[in-house]
Design a protein around this ligand. Structure first.
Ligand code: SME
Length: 163
């Protein structure tokens, strides 16, 4: 059984260090990328405050396809270059959006979303997925979230391969 509790009151670097340890623990030795995405989505959902969606879109062929997540049912397919997810995937760079209503082409899967961060997941130099977090709080994500999430996917990206 895995039982990771949120680190109440901790600052973000501590929180992301705890999250990284937990993600390593649940993915260590497991080769099924879908199972690993599911467990990491659950960790993100339970350990990070103020989220209304946390999960993955997988690169399948030349499109992003909905992967394991927590939150409301979401759009299934996103073309590369479209929305925040497709932009992060096409550019292989993290996209941090303080106000989704100001992002041209933002795809609204949950009207509660106010801010969003999408981080590309790479393995052996190839894009395998994007990690997407949404929040009902405007400007919920900052440079510390970006650094923490980029370190997370850099550490466990290989365990998220799904083909
Ligand atoms: N908002 C995303 C779509 C995915 S949902 O947030 C779960 C986008 O613009 O790509």
């Amino acid at each position: 059984m895995f039982d990771f509790a949120p680190t109440d009151g901790a600052d973000k670097p501590v929180l992301y260090a705890d999250l990284l340890s937990a993600a390593r623990a649940v993915t260590d030795g497991e080769s099924d990328g879908i199972a690993n995405m599911a467990n990491v989505a659950a960790l993100l959902w339970h350990m990070l405050p103020d989220l209304n969606w946390a999960g993955f879109y997988r690169l399948v062929g030349d499109a992003l396809v909905l992967g394991p997540f927590q939150g409301k049912a979401a759009c299934i397919r996103i073309a590369l270059g479209k929305g925040v997810c497709g932009t992060a995937a096409a550019t292989r760079t993290t996209i941090l959006v303080e106000d989704v209503h100001a992002f041209p082409g933002h795809i609204a899967c949950d009207t509660a979303s106010a801010s969003e961060i999408v981080v590309p997941v790479m393995a052996d130099g190839r894009l395998v997925a994007v990690l997407d977090l949404d929040s009902p709080v405007r400007a919920r994500f900052d440079a510390e979230d970006r650094a923490g999430l980029e370190a997370l996917v850099a550490a466990i990206g290989k365990t998220l391969r799904h083909d």
